[in-house]
Structures are given as structure tokens and as C-alpha cells.
Design a protein. Structure first.
Length: 231
């Protein structure tokens, strides 16, 4: 499948692989370790040729479960940030422990005119992906962009994103998806209200008015016809 990367931060994109978070039956894009590897490849973290053998060992399954636990932890932290709340202390401690273990293996490598923290080539691909996600989460958590983390306003969407709009009023993860669906729902709701008013409105005497087309039908059927002028 083709994954979407709309969060503006790798860690948020990772949390968004679980849809309708918090509902009784959420939809998960990452059902296997192989799915996790494919997502990482599309995110630019792995080469596609390095993903073919992922998920075939018990160790890979354990790495995948740890990645899902990290995803749940990040959602807890950043969904609270989206409502202006600080992370729960225990959640923050758990993430700090994960991040410290990840960064301990990182090394500085020159990139153009600066340096970048990278993990040794011998690091297992799934471990390296989780470490990159943790690094992105830490970057967001320690930046002013944390105040721009938002949660989609879609009825059944739980996706998180960094609002980089000029006015800081972005409401949807994707205007073409959740935004358009909300517009359609709003249009239908307003239409039902206007139709209800037309058929259920009362006149000044408290009587329910019939719609005009109903009056026309009754006149055409020969009932309630006004008497014509006398000869």
C-alpha cells in the first residue's frame, strides 16, 4: 500500500499509521514487521531492497512490538500537546528512557558543512527506524513547533500534524480528504434543516404551513378550489 506522510514530522507520521485512535476497533496500517519495513522505505529511512527479509524471525517480531509500543507512547504525548496539555510524567519518563537508549549508539557523521547523528551500519534496520522516529520525536518535543501540533477535526480521524499555516488555523490532516468530507456533512446537515423548516414551519396563528407545492396539488385535484366570480 501507499502510505501518507502529512504530519510534518516523522514521529507524527508514525502515529498516523493507526487510524481512529482510541476507538474500539481502530484500523492499523502496520499489521506486521514487514509492513513496518515498507512504511520505513516509503519514508526514506530504508532501501526497498533491505526490507524483503524483515519480519521472518522472532527477534524481528519483538522489535516490531517495541515499535508499536513507541507509537502508542508518542500518540499519548503529542495528542495531549495538540490540546495544549503537557505530557503525563510517566509517559515522558518512558520516552526519555527509550530515547537515551537509542541515542547512546548514535555517532556524529559529517554531512555537507555540518554533522548528523547516525547509527552504525551494523544496527538492525528495524532498530534503526525506531531510533530515527525517537530522534524526530525529541526534536519536535524540544522545539517551538510543539505549540503547533494539532489533531485533525475529522469526525473519525485521530491524525496528528504540525500546523505550518500562516494563521495557525489549519483544522484538517488533509483538506482533500477530511476537509471535503466535513464540507459535505455540513452541506447535508444544513439542507436537512432548511427542508425541515419548509415543511414544519408555523404561521402567525400557530398553524403548520403546508409547502407551496402541496397547495398546488390540492387545488389541481379539485379540492379547496376558490369560488369564481358570480355571473
Amino acid at each position: 500500500m501507499n502510505y501518507e506522510f502529512l504530519g510534518g514530522n516523522l514521529a507524527l507520521d508514525f502515529t498516523n499509521t493507526l487510524h481512529s485512535h482510541g476507538e474500539s476497533d481502530p484500523s492499523d496500517d502496520l499489521k506486521t514487521a514487514a509492513d513496518f519495513g515498507e512504511w520505513a522505505a516509503q519514508a526514506g529511512l530504508l532501501r526497498h531492497k533491505d526490507t524483503h527479509k524483515l519480519g521472518r524471525t522472532h527477534a524481528d517480531q519483538a522489535r516490531f512490538r517495541r515499535a508499536l509500543a513507541l507509537r502508542e507512547l508518542l500518540y499519548e504525548i503529542f495528542s495531549r500537546a495538540a490540546t495544549g496539555k503537557r505530557p503525563q510524567p510517566q509517559a515522558l519518563r518512558n520516552f526519555q528512557s527509550f530515547y537515551q537508549n537509542a541515542i547512546r549508539r548514535a555517532e556524529f557523521h559529517p554531512v555537507a558543512n555540518h554533522y548528523r547523528l547516525m547509527w552504525p551500519a551494523a544496527t538492525h534496520p528495524l532498530e534503526r527506524v525506531s531510533q530515527e522516529i525517537a530522534r524526530s520525536a525529541a526534536d519536535l518535543l524540544t522545539s517551538e513547533a510543539l505549540t503547533r501540533v494539532r489533531q485533525c477535526s475529522g469526525e473519525s480521524c485521530s491524525w496528528l500534524f504540525v500546523d505550518n499555516s500562516r494563521n495557525g488555523m489549519r483544522r484538517w490532516c488533509d483538506m482533500k480528504a477530511c476537509g471535503n468530507r466535513a464540507k459535505v456533512r455540513r452541506f447535508r446537515r444544513n439542507l436537512r434543516r432548511s427542508v425541515g423548516k419548509s415543511f414544519g414551519a408555523e404561521d402567525d396563528f400557530g398553524k403548520t404551513r403546508r409547502p407551496l407545492d402541496a397547495k398546488v396539488r390540492r387545488t389541481r385535484s379539485g379540492r379547496h378550489r376558490r369560488p369564481g366570480p358570480r355571473a
